[in-house]
Ligand binder design. Structure first.
Ligand code: FPP
Ligand code: MG
Length: 268
Protein backbone atom coordinates (compact mmCIF):
# COMPACT_ATOMS: atom_id res chain seq x y z
CA UNK A 1 0.00 0.00 0.00
CA UNK A 2 2.77 2.42 1.04
CA UNK A 3 4.79 1.40 -2.01
CA UNK A 4 1.78 2.06 -4.23
CA UNK A 5 1.34 5.49 -2.61
CA UNK A 6 4.93 6.34 -3.56
CA UNK A 7 4.97 4.70 -7.00
CA UNK A 8 1.69 6.13 -8.35
CA UNK A 9 2.82 9.80 -8.27
CA UNK A 10 6.27 8.74 -9.48
CA UNK A 11 4.72 7.01 -12.47
CA UNK A 12 2.57 10.08 -13.16
CA UNK A 13 5.65 12.34 -12.90
CA UNK A 14 7.63 10.08 -15.26
CA UNK A 15 4.79 10.19 -17.81
CA UNK A 16 4.45 13.97 -17.56
CA UNK A 17 8.20 14.47 -18.02
CA UNK A 18 8.25 12.20 -21.07
CA UNK A 19 5.24 14.01 -22.61
CA UNK A 20 6.98 17.38 -22.10
CA UNK A 21 10.25 16.00 -23.57
CA UNK A 22 8.34 14.47 -26.51
CA UNK A 23 6.49 17.74 -27.19
CA UNK A 24 9.76 19.68 -27.07
CA UNK A 25 11.36 17.28 -29.56
CA UNK A 26 8.36 17.52 -31.91
CA UNK A 27 8.33 21.32 -31.69
CA UNK A 28 12.07 21.39 -32.50
CA UNK A 29 11.61 19.09 -35.49
CA UNK A 30 8.70 21.15 -36.78
CA UNK A 31 11.01 24.15 -37.11
CA UNK A 32 12.55 22.35 -40.13
CA UNK A 33 10.89 21.08 -43.34
CA UNK A 34 7.95 18.86 -42.42
CA UNK A 35 6.20 16.39 -44.74
CA UNK A 36 2.70 17.47 -45.65
CA UNK A 37 1.37 13.94 -46.01
CA UNK A 38 2.53 10.78 -44.21
CA UNK A 39 0.94 7.37 -44.82
CA UNK A 40 1.26 4.18 -42.77
CA UNK A 41 0.81 0.54 -43.77
CA UNK A 42 0.00 -0.87 -40.34
CA UNK A 43 1.52 -4.31 -40.60
CA UNK A 44 2.42 -6.92 -37.99
CA UNK A 45 -0.49 -6.75 -35.51
CA UNK A 46 -0.95 -10.53 -35.39
CA UNK A 47 2.77 -11.36 -35.16
CA UNK A 48 3.01 -8.78 -32.36
CA UNK A 49 0.09 -10.45 -30.56
CA UNK A 50 1.66 -13.90 -30.91
CA UNK A 51 5.02 -12.61 -29.68
CA UNK A 52 3.27 -11.37 -26.53
CA UNK A 53 1.06 -14.45 -26.06
CA UNK A 54 -1.99 -12.28 -26.67
CA UNK A 55 -5.10 -13.01 -28.71
CA UNK A 56 -4.92 -11.80 -32.33
CA UNK A 57 -7.77 -9.36 -31.74
CA UNK A 58 -5.81 -7.69 -28.96
CA UNK A 59 -3.00 -7.16 -31.46
CA UNK A 60 -5.44 -5.17 -33.61
CA UNK A 61 -6.68 -3.23 -30.56
CA UNK A 62 -3.10 -2.31 -29.60
CA UNK A 63 -2.57 -1.43 -33.27
CA UNK A 64 -5.43 1.02 -33.07
CA UNK A 65 -4.02 2.68 -29.92
CA UNK A 66 -0.70 3.07 -31.70
CA UNK A 67 -2.43 4.57 -34.72
CA UNK A 68 -4.01 7.20 -32.45
CA UNK A 69 -0.66 7.86 -30.81
CA UNK A 70 1.16 8.27 -34.16
CA UNK A 71 -1.65 10.47 -35.49
CA UNK A 72 -1.13 12.75 -32.48
CA UNK A 73 2.66 12.76 -33.00
CA UNK A 74 2.19 13.74 -36.67
CA UNK A 75 -0.30 16.49 -35.86
CA UNK A 76 1.94 17.92 -33.13
CA UNK A 77 4.73 17.97 -35.73
CA UNK A 78 2.36 19.94 -38.02
CA UNK A 79 1.93 17.21 -40.65
CA UNK A 80 -1.18 18.27 -42.59
CA UNK A 81 -2.46 14.86 -43.66
CA UNK A 82 -2.09 11.33 -42.27
CA UNK A 83 -3.30 8.22 -44.12
CA UNK A 84 -3.58 4.73 -42.62
CA UNK A 85 -4.27 1.37 -44.28
CA UNK A 86 -6.74 0.05 -41.71
CA UNK A 87 -8.46 -2.61 -43.83
CA UNK A 88 -7.71 -3.84 -47.33
CA UNK A 89 -10.50 -5.18 -49.56
CA UNK A 90 -8.36 -8.36 -49.55
CA UNK A 91 -8.74 -8.56 -45.74
CA UNK A 92 -12.35 -9.74 -46.25
CA UNK A 93 -10.74 -13.10 -47.15
CA UNK A 94 -9.50 -13.54 -43.56
CA UNK A 95 -11.41 -15.81 -41.16
CA UNK A 96 -14.99 -14.63 -40.45
CA UNK A 97 -14.10 -14.33 -36.75
CA UNK A 98 -11.18 -11.97 -37.41
CA UNK A 99 -13.14 -9.89 -39.93
CA UNK A 100 -16.05 -9.60 -37.47
CA UNK A 101 -13.67 -8.56 -34.65
CA UNK A 102 -12.02 -5.94 -36.88
CA UNK A 103 -15.44 -4.58 -37.85
CA UNK A 104 -16.48 -4.44 -34.16
CA UNK A 105 -13.26 -2.57 -33.39
CA UNK A 106 -13.81 -0.17 -36.29
CA UNK A 107 -17.40 0.58 -35.23
CA UNK A 108 -16.42 1.11 -31.60
CA UNK A 109 -13.47 3.39 -32.42
CA UNK A 110 -15.37 5.37 -35.06
CA UNK A 111 -18.11 6.04 -32.49
CA UNK A 112 -15.44 7.08 -29.97
CA UNK A 113 -14.20 9.57 -32.58
CA UNK A 114 -17.69 11.13 -32.41
CA UNK A 115 -17.50 11.75 -28.65
CA UNK A 116 -16.79 15.15 -27.16
CA UNK A 117 -13.10 15.66 -26.48
CA UNK A 118 -12.00 13.01 -29.02
CA UNK A 119 -8.59 13.38 -30.65
CA UNK A 120 -10.32 14.63 -33.82
CA UNK A 121 -12.07 17.43 -31.93
CA UNK A 122 -9.05 18.22 -29.79
CA UNK A 123 -6.77 18.84 -32.79
CA UNK A 124 -9.32 19.93 -35.44
CA UNK A 125 -8.80 16.85 -37.62
CA UNK A 126 -11.18 16.01 -40.47
CA UNK A 127 -11.78 12.25 -40.70
CA UNK A 128 -12.24 10.77 -44.16
CA UNK A 129 -13.01 7.07 -44.50
CA UNK A 130 -11.41 6.33 -47.86
CA UNK A 131 -12.44 3.27 -49.82
CA UNK A 132 -15.31 1.09 -50.95
CA UNK A 133 -17.57 1.99 -48.00
CA UNK A 134 -20.56 0.06 -49.35
CA UNK A 135 -18.64 -3.16 -48.60
CA UNK A 136 -18.73 -2.36 -44.87
CA UNK A 137 -21.49 -3.73 -42.63
CA UNK A 138 -24.27 -1.15 -42.27
CA UNK A 139 -23.45 -0.41 -38.59
CA UNK A 140 -19.79 0.38 -39.45
CA UNK A 141 -20.77 2.49 -42.45
CA UNK A 142 -23.20 4.45 -40.29
CA UNK A 143 -20.50 5.04 -37.64
CA UNK A 144 -18.05 6.13 -40.37
CA UNK A 145 -20.55 8.55 -41.90
CA UNK A 146 -21.41 9.98 -38.48
CA UNK A 147 -17.73 10.62 -37.66
CA UNK A 148 -17.13 12.12 -41.10
CA UNK A 149 -20.13 14.45 -40.83
CA UNK A 150 -19.16 15.58 -37.32
CA UNK A 151 -15.59 16.43 -38.36
CA UNK A 152 -16.22 17.71 -41.91
CA UNK A 153 -15.67 21.35 -40.84
CA UNK A 154 -12.32 20.64 -39.12
CA UNK A 155 -9.54 22.28 -41.08
CA UNK A 156 -6.25 21.82 -39.22
CA UNK A 157 -5.51 18.36 -40.59
CA UNK A 158 -6.93 15.42 -42.56
CA UNK A 159 -6.96 11.81 -41.38
CA UNK A 160 -7.61 9.33 -44.20
CA UNK A 161 -8.70 6.03 -42.63
CA UNK A 162 -8.51 3.69 -45.62
CA UNK A 163 -11.05 0.88 -45.26
CA UNK A 164 -11.97 -1.19 -47.21
CA UNK A 165 -9.39 0.05 -49.65
CA UNK A 166 -7.11 -1.05 -52.43
CA UNK A 167 -5.28 1.23 -54.78
CA UNK A 168 -6.44 -0.62 -57.88
CA UNK A 169 -10.06 -0.20 -56.74
CA UNK A 170 -9.43 3.51 -56.13
CA UNK A 171 -7.90 3.95 -59.60
CA UNK A 172 -10.66 1.92 -61.30
CA UNK A 173 -13.32 4.02 -59.58
CA UNK A 174 -11.53 7.24 -60.61
CA UNK A 175 -11.39 6.14 -64.27
CA UNK A 176 -15.07 5.08 -64.18
CA UNK A 177 -16.05 8.48 -62.76
CA UNK A 178 -14.04 10.27 -65.47
CA UNK A 179 -15.81 8.24 -68.17
CA UNK A 180 -19.23 8.90 -66.64
CA UNK A 181 -18.51 12.64 -66.55
CA UNK A 182 -17.43 12.53 -70.22
CA UNK A 183 -20.70 10.75 -71.10
CA UNK A 184 -22.85 13.21 -69.15
CA UNK A 185 -21.06 16.17 -70.73
CA UNK A 186 -21.18 14.46 -74.16
CA UNK A 187 -17.45 15.04 -74.55
CA UNK A 188 -16.46 11.49 -75.57
CA UNK A 189 -13.82 12.82 -77.94
CA UNK A 190 -11.88 14.39 -75.08
CA UNK A 191 -9.04 12.25 -73.75
CA UNK A 192 -8.81 11.27 -70.10
CA UNK A 193 -5.51 12.58 -68.78
CA UNK A 194 -3.38 11.53 -65.80
CA UNK A 195 -4.43 14.82 -64.17
CA UNK A 196 -8.12 13.87 -64.59
CA UNK A 197 -7.53 10.52 -62.89
CA UNK A 198 -5.46 12.15 -60.17
CA UNK A 199 -8.23 14.66 -59.44
CA UNK A 200 -10.81 11.86 -59.10
CA UNK A 201 -8.85 9.68 -56.68
CA UNK A 202 -10.60 9.21 -53.34
CA UNK A 203 -7.64 10.78 -51.53
CA UNK A 204 -7.65 13.81 -53.86
CA UNK A 205 -11.39 14.25 -53.35
CA UNK A 206 -10.66 14.28 -49.62
CA UNK A 207 -8.25 17.20 -50.21
CA UNK A 208 -5.04 15.29 -49.45
CA UNK A 209 -1.76 16.94 -50.43
CA UNK A 210 0.86 14.93 -52.38
CA UNK A 211 2.25 11.96 -50.46
CA UNK A 212 5.70 12.70 -49.02
CA UNK A 213 6.43 9.60 -46.91
CA UNK A 214 4.99 6.07 -46.94
CA UNK A 215 5.98 3.87 -44.00
CA UNK A 216 5.43 0.11 -43.77
CA UNK A 217 6.14 -1.74 -40.55
CA UNK A 218 6.95 -5.38 -39.69
CA UNK A 219 9.93 -5.90 -41.99
CA UNK A 220 7.81 -6.62 -45.08
CA UNK A 221 8.91 -4.67 -48.16
CA UNK A 222 5.78 -4.60 -50.33
CA UNK A 223 3.16 -1.95 -51.06
CA UNK A 224 0.20 -4.37 -50.98
CA UNK A 225 -1.99 -2.26 -53.26
CA UNK A 226 -1.75 0.86 -51.09
CA UNK A 227 -1.56 4.40 -52.54
CA UNK A 228 0.23 3.11 -55.66
CA UNK A 229 -0.68 6.13 -57.76
CA UNK A 230 0.09 8.59 -54.97
CA UNK A 231 3.54 7.17 -54.17
CA UNK A 232 4.79 7.20 -57.77
CA UNK A 233 6.23 10.69 -57.77
CA UNK A 234 8.37 12.11 -54.97
CA UNK A 235 7.35 9.84 -52.13
CA UNK A 236 10.04 8.49 -49.79
CA UNK A 237 9.39 4.83 -49.02
CA UNK A 238 10.43 3.74 -45.55
CA UNK A 239 10.39 0.24 -44.09
CA UNK A 240 10.65 -0.51 -40.38
CA UNK A 241 11.27 -3.93 -38.82
CA UNK A 242 9.04 -3.10 -35.85
CA UNK A 243 5.58 -4.63 -35.64
CA UNK A 244 3.01 -1.85 -36.00
CA UNK A 245 1.86 -1.74 -32.33
CA UNK A 246 5.50 -1.27 -31.29
CA UNK A 247 6.39 1.39 -33.87
CA UNK A 248 6.96 4.65 -32.00
CA UNK A 249 8.73 7.98 -31.76
CA UNK A 250 12.20 6.42 -31.75
CA UNK A 251 11.42 4.81 -35.11
CA UNK A 252 9.62 7.83 -36.56
CA UNK A 253 12.05 10.61 -35.67
CA UNK A 254 14.95 9.19 -37.80
CA UNK A 255 12.54 8.97 -40.75
CA UNK A 256 11.66 12.66 -40.32
CA UNK A 257 15.34 13.60 -39.92
CA UNK A 258 16.10 11.71 -43.15
CA UNK A 259 13.28 13.63 -44.89
CA UNK A 260 14.70 16.92 -43.60
CA UNK A 261 18.24 16.02 -44.68
CA UNK A 262 17.00 15.29 -48.24
CA UNK A 263 14.88 18.47 -48.31
CA UNK A 264 17.88 20.58 -47.26
CA UNK A 265 20.14 18.82 -49.79
CA UNK A 266 17.62 19.55 -52.57
CA UNK A 267 17.35 23.20 -51.55
CA UNK A 268 21.12 23.81 -51.53
C1 FPP B 1 -2.14 -5.64 -40.32
O1 FPP B 1 -1.54 -6.54 -39.42
C2 FPP B 1 -3.27 -4.92 -39.72
C3 FPP B 1 -4.57 -4.99 -40.12
C4 FPP B 1 -5.06 -5.81 -41.22
C5 FPP B 1 -5.59 -4.20 -39.46
C6 FPP B 1 -5.11 -2.87 -39.00
C7 FPP B 1 -6.13 -2.27 -38.17
C8 FPP B 1 -5.90 -1.54 -37.06
C9 FPP B 1 -4.59 -1.16 -36.53
C10 FPP B 1 -7.00 -1.00 -36.32
C11 FPP B 1 -7.94 -0.37 -37.28
C12 FPP B 1 -8.73 0.64 -36.72
C13 FPP B 1 -9.93 0.86 -37.18
C14 FPP B 1 -10.71 2.06 -36.76
C15 FPP B 1 -10.50 -0.07 -38.14
P1 FPP B 1 -1.73 -8.07 -39.78
O2 FPP B 1 -3.11 -8.47 -39.29
O3 FPP B 1 -1.49 -8.27 -41.25
O4 FPP B 1 -0.66 -8.77 -38.91
P2 FPP B 1 0.47 -9.79 -39.44
O5 FPP B 1 1.17 -9.10 -40.56
O6 FPP B 1 1.36 -10.00 -38.25
O7 FPP B 1 -0.24 -11.05 -39.86
MG1 MG C 1 0.26 -8.52 -42.40
Amino acid sequence: MLLQLILTPLGWLKNSVSVVAEDALLATLSAGPIPQHVAFILDGNRRYARSKDKQVNLGHTDGFYNLKKMLEVCIKMKVRCVSAYAFSIENFKRSPGEVEALMDLAEQKLLEFCEQGSILEQYGIKLVVVGHKDMLPERVRAAAEKAEALTAHHDRAIFNLCMPYTSRDEMTTAVQTCIQECLVNESMDSKISAEDIDAHLMTSLAGSPPLDILIRTSGVKRLSDYLLWQCSEDTQLQFSNKYWPEFGMLDFVPIILDYQRKAWAQAS
